[in-house]
Design a protein around this ligand. Structure first.
Ligand code: AP5
Length: 210
């Protein structure tokens, strides 16, 4: 079973594609952003520590996130295939991941920056099942589970701009890291979600044929 990493700037569509990939290949979706938001909701110690970083659009410290992912990967369902969405985000995290699990492919969803802000401003997230939608396609209620949709605190334009510059400075270098390992596949993320998904499916089919 595949063990995949999804890379890409904020709003690239990592979460959207992770859900589709997991459905198609019966993989487990591990989103560090969702895990952190859950901790914040529970007001746990990790949540208390992480909340200020998320609010500002900064990365939470490497040791905190690496230990959280390490614990998640130790759970039984993670021994099958998985999609990591939002991790790794620094070279240190990528190196730590290598010691935890063998990654088959790093899929980089490349999107022009002018499209990203528009997507982020239009994103609506389900308070319950965490599904994401474009505001134009929904009425304020999740079409999957019927719960309310909300706007993520870090989707404010000023926070998004910081997230993007943090991405460029700290996360973009891991694209080169995965290129050097021969595991990088870059997908054109400027098209519709269905078209992005088709490109990913093609890359995975080619991987099987290898
Ligand atoms: P996280 O939740 O991971 O946020 P992110 O990486 O910034 O990514 P997003 O969730 O914003 O976007 P996405 O690429 O998943 O896009 P989506 O599919 O939703 O992290 C949040 C914070 O947590 C970080 O800032 C940091 O503080 C902390 N954190 C998390 N992981 C960490 C780590 N490893 N280390 C340190 N800190 C960490 O799509 C966006 C919108 O566009 C949606 O409305 C969607 O419907 C729409 N859309 C998607 N695809 C398309 C398309 N092809 N065409 C048109 N619209 C599209």
């Amino acid at each position: 079973m595949f063990k995949l990493v999804l890379l890409g700037p904020p709003g690239a569509g990592k979460g959207t594609q992770a859900v589709q990939i997991c459905k198609a290949w019966e993989l487990v979706h591990i989103s560090t952003g969702d895990m952190l938001r859950e901790e914040i909701k529970r007001n746990s110690d990790v949540g208390k520590l992480a909340s200020e970083y998320l609010h500002k659009g900064e990365l939470v410290p490497n040791d905190l996130i690496i230990s959280m992912v390490q614990q998640r990967l130790a759970e039984p369902d993670a021994s099958h295939g998985l999609v990591l969405d939002g991790f790794p985000r620094t070279i240190e995290q990528a190196e730590a991941l290598e010691k935890l699990v063998h990654i088959d492919m790093a899929i980089n969803i490349a999107v022009d920056s002018d499209l990203l802000l528009e997507r982020i401003c239009n994103r609506r997230t389900c308070i319950h099942c965490k599904a994401v939608f474009n505001a134009d396609d929904v009425s304020g209620v999740c079409t999957r589970c019927g719960h309310k949709l909300y706007i993520r605190d870090d989707d404010r334009p000023e926070t998004f701009i910081n997230r993007l510059s943090v991405y460029e400075a700290r996360t973009a270098p891991i694209i080169e890291y995965y290129r050097e390992t021969g595991k990088l596949v870059t997908i054109d993320g400027n098209c519709s979600p269905d078209e992005v998904f088709k490109q990913i499916m093609l890359a995975l089919a080619e991987k099987i044929d290898d």
